[in-house]
Structures are given as C-alpha cells and as structure tokens.
Design a protein around this ligand. Structure first.
Ligand code: NDP
Length: 255
C-alpha cells in the first residue's frame, strides 16, 4: 500500500484550473474519484475555492501555482505535484489565453505570449508527464488530454489568427505525440470546444455578445457550458476510452 495514496486513486493534473473549463474538469474529476492538482497562474482565491469544493464533495485536491508558459515553472509544478499527490496518471493541458489582434498590427510580445501560453505550455507539461508516465521511463502509463478549439479548423473569430493557429498547433501536436508515446502506455487526445461560456470571452466583447453569436451560429442554438466540456475530458482521460488515441474530438454543439 502507498501511504501517500492508500485508496490507490488516480492522480490528475489540470493546468489552468482556477476558472472556466479547467475548474469544471477539476470539480468533475474530484467527484469521479481522482485526486486533483489544480494549477493556476494568478487566481489563487479561485483555485482555493475549487479545491475547497472538491474537499466538500469528499474528494482530494491541491492548488498549485505556476505559469505554465515557462519551462522552469512547469518543472517546479510537476515536482510539487509529485510531492503532494504522487504518481501522475492524467494530464489535462487546459491553460490557455485568447487574444484579439490583426496580423498587420501584431507585435512580437503579443504573438509570443499566445504561443507560449497555448502551445509551449502543452509541450512543456507533456515533457514532464511523459517522463513520469511512459513505460520507457519506468512509468505505468497514463493519459493526456489537450485543449484545442474549433478555431483550429475555422480560423477563429475576428482578430483571432494567432489564437486559431496556436490551436491548430495543438491538433497536430496531439497526433504527433500520440505516435511518439502510444507504445509506451500513454494515450493522447484533444478536445475542440466551440463557444463555451467562460471569462475567456472578455477579450472580444464579453459573454452577452458571445451568447448572441452562439444563438445564431451554433446548430444547437446555444453556447456550451464548461461542465459539458468537462464530461468529455473525463471520458477521454478514462479507461472507458481505452482505444481512443490520437483523436481530436469536437464539443461544439454541431458547429
Ligand atoms: P478562462 O479564461 O476561463 O480560464 C483560463 C484558465 O487558464 C485560468 O484558470 C487561468 O489561470 C489559466 N491560465 C492562463 N494562462 C496560464 C498560464 N500561463 N499558466 C497557468 N495557468 C494559466 O478560459 P477557458 O476556461 O475558457 O479556456 C480553457 C481552455 O479551453 C483554453 O485552452 C481555451 O483556449 C480552450 N477553449 C475555450 C473555449 C471557450 O469558448 N471558452 C473554446 C475553445 C477552446 P489564472 O486565472 O490563475 O490566471
């Protein structure tokens, strides 16, 4: 018996889990019996609230601060996860930012920030996860779920070229990493949410605007809830999806 994890529950690390989709995945994972690492960058109180909610529902969780767009912080994050919860079973690469600027107005810093937060972060966290989970590294396997977006196949909203291209990189990264580690016990998949009701939409006009747009352009006639994406993430991460690998799955209301 592992004294750190006497019930032998699975450990899940979710990047960017203080708010929005990541927080919904964290709460659902806690209820499903995972021990949850709730990563956040700035929103400490929100992350602590997610942890408190999981504890109140009888689960286990810990809040872990780190800016995942920086490799040194990701290395520290995984060490803290090892120390506080133990062996990693599932990584959800969820942290991301939306940005709105035309290509003819971009500056180096803005463009770099989008790719660092959305793409480099996923590579950095995947490196640390594979080093722990891969049977080639002495691990016992696991599952990685990357958060892409329908922007990767639709080009994004107005001013969303950098964001859309960063998510297309996530689609391709998912396929490539699946080939790299599939024989080492790690399944890798991505989710492509559509318009989901979270604070990320403050960047281009806010939630009311997003909901009106969703009523018009989404075949189901509405925006999605973070909890609806969370259910798909949990399924992809779980053994119920044991032969699902290298897949990019839309959760977009038909859009
Ligand atoms: P939110 O803006 O609601 O939340 C973003 C989360 O990411 C926060 O917890 C934030 O932490 C965290 N975060 C951002 N940058 C970093 C960083 N460098 N290091 C650590 N944490 C970070 O976004 P959503 O929940 O809407 O989005 C989650 C994911 O889903 C993103 O990858 C997004 O691109 C994707 N997505 C969202 C869609 C939507 O319509 N909402 C549609 C398609 C994809 P903190 O608050 O502590 O800074």
């Amino acid at each position: 018996m592992n004294p750190m994890n006497p019930k032998n529950l699975k450990n899940m690390l979710i990047t960017g889990a203080s708010r929005g989709i990541g927080a919904a995945i964290a709460r659902a994972a806690g209820s499903a019996g995972y021990r949850v690492g709730v990563n956040y960058q700035r929103s400490e109180a929100a992350a602590q609230k997610v942890v408190a909610d999981i504890h109140a529902a009888g689960g286990e969780a810990v809040a872990l601060q780190a800016d995942v767009s920086r490799l040194s912080e990701v290395v520290r994050l995984f060490s803290e996860m090892d120390r506080s919860l133990g062996t990693l079973d599932v990584l959800i690469n969820n942290a991301g930012i939306l940005a709105s600027f035309r290509v003819d107005a971009l500056d180096e810093e803005q463009l770099g920030a989008v790719f660092q937060a959305n793409v480099f972060s996923s590579f950095y966290a995947a490196r640390e996860a594979v080093r722990r989970m891969s049977t080639a590294h002495g691990g016992h396997g696991g599952s990685i779920v990357n958060l892409s977006s329908v922007a990767s196949r639709m080009g994004g909203l107005s001013g969303g070229a950098a964001y859309a291209a960063s998510k297309a990189a996530i689609d391709t990264f998912t396929l490539a990493l699946a080939k790299e580690v599939g024989r080492e016990g790690i399944r890798v998949n991505a989710l492509r949410p559509g318009l989901i009701s979270t604070e990320i939409h403050q960047v281009h006009g806010g939630l009311d605007r997003m909901h009106s747009m969703a009523a018009e352009v989404v075949p189901l006639g509405r925006a999605g809830a973070a909890e609806e994406v969370a259910q798909a993430a949990l399924w992809l991460a779980s053994d119920a999806a044991s032969y699902v690998h290298g897949t990019v799955m839309d959760v977009a209301g038909g859009r």
